[in-house]
Design a protein around this ligand. Structure first.
Ligand code: SF4
Length: 380
């Protein structure tokens, strides 16, 4: 095993990065606004997915001032499909803080950047090192994976001891002359070579330093001692029809998927049929009575900490006037107007199917849930 020499490690890493780095849109700039947007989008999302969203977003909101002046619903609409919507709401809030408290200039100290909504240690370090060349290591899941393998760290990667060890090792490795490039090179290494299951060690520029490779078991790192079972929830959802329009409501601003629109529904309780759950949930959410007509679709969706199956039913409005009991607002909307609203990904798939089918099965439906006539611009 080669003795660990941080300067040789840095040199090999940067030589590889300079030659192999992917020419991504946010790597052609040092504009803190653009770096910030890219870093937030890249949290939890793969590069290939982020690229078109990034380009559309900065076209729609070219400056911090444009973002701050926008309505949050416009920002959420631009984010639709990217997931983890708190990121979009935090971006919007942070833009307003920057305009209000920093005269529209992105701050340049760690404390100020980290004080912005939605920015943690990793993102602050990434922005400051890339934009201003400040020597702070950016430590995310990719970097933890690389460090755990380089040094064959045996502690559970979430333990306090391991986190402190990762911080020390990251500081020891950091190239202080080119901290931004170093941080990006570590992220790149984690993304393209040092992958979770099948790392490409044979072409890794720093393989000579890697203890996990030497032991022949890199995929065993980082060590995860605690295995949590991800809970699963069945969710009943109703597409409620009234005079050719469907009922949607908006989730509370705070919490999972906050501020997005959805079809009403909720968790199926034990000892309750899905049809019963649809009727009950809609009554609780909007204080109206509906009748279930037929099954429309079933779809699975996974979040970080749990997964769901959505059982979606076509329903007929029976009585009552909707009230926003467990939502912030509601609307009756023509199906063709649904794409104007920002939906979470799973609900977006319901919208897609509604529009694709154009209700060709509608002849079999009850008269009250027949499809609307096109160009009927009606919102009740
Ligand atoms: S040698 Fe393999 S396991 Fe070690 S850092 Fe490189 S890619 Fe990762």
């Amino acid at each position: 095993m080669t003795e660990f020499d941080p300067s040789e490690f840095q040199q090999l890493l940067l030589e590889w990065f300079d030659k192999e780095f992917r020419d991504l849109p946010w790597r052609q700039t040092r504009d803190p606004y653009l770096i910030w947007i890219s870093e937030i989008m890249l949290q939890q999302t793969q590069v290939v997915t982020v690229i078109p969203y990034f380009q559309r977003f900065i076209t729609r909101f070219p400056t911090i001032h444009d973002l701050a002046a926008a309505d949050v619903s416009q920002v959420l609409k631009s984010w639709e499909g990217l997931g983890y919507y708190a990121r979009a709401r935090n971006l919007h809030q942070a833009a307003r803080v920057i305009v209000r408290e920093h005269a529209g200039q992105f701050p340049s100290t760690f404390a100020e950047v980290k004080g912005l909504p939605g920015i943690g240690n990793y993102t602050a370090a990434a922005i400051l090192s890339i934009v201003w060349g400040i020597a702070i290591p950016a430590i995310d899941g990719n970097v933890i994976r690389i460090l755990s393998r380089l040094f064959a760290i045996e502690e559970d990667y979430k333990s306090k001891e391991a986190l402190e060890l990762y911080r020390q090792k990251a500081e020891q490795l950091l190239n202080e002359q080119r901290p931004g490039d170093h941080n990006q090179a570590m992220m790149e290494l984690g993304a393209v070579l040092c992958s979770p299951r099948k790392p490409k060690c044979s072409i890794c520029p720093v393989v000579k330093f890697c203890q996990a490779n030497l032991r022949g078991n890199p995929a065993a790192f980082p060590v995860k001692n605690i295995k949590k079972i991800r809970p699963h929830h069945p969710i009943a959802v109703g597409i409620v029809w009234k005079n050719g329009t469907v009922l949607i409501d908006r989730r509370p601003e705070k919490g999972l998927l906050g501020g997005l629109w959805e079809f009403p529904g909720g968790k199926v309780q034990p000892n309750e049929s899905i049809e019963q759950a649809v009727v009950r949930e809609i009554k609780e959410e909007l204080d109206i009575e509906v009748r279930v007509i037929s099954h429309f679709m079933t779809l699975d969706h996974a979040y970080t900490h749990f997964s769901i199956t959505l059982y979606v039913y076509l329903c007929e409005f029976v009585s009552g006037t909707p009230r926003a009991v467990h939502c912030t607002e509601w609307r009756w909307v023509l199906p063709e107007a649904l794409p104007c609203y920002a939906f979470p990904r799973a609900n977006g798939r319901i919208v897609e199917k509604l529009l694709q089918e154009n209700f060709s099965t509608s002849s079999a439906m009850h008269p009250s849930i027949r499809p609307p006539r096109l160009n009927e611009d009606k919102q009740i």
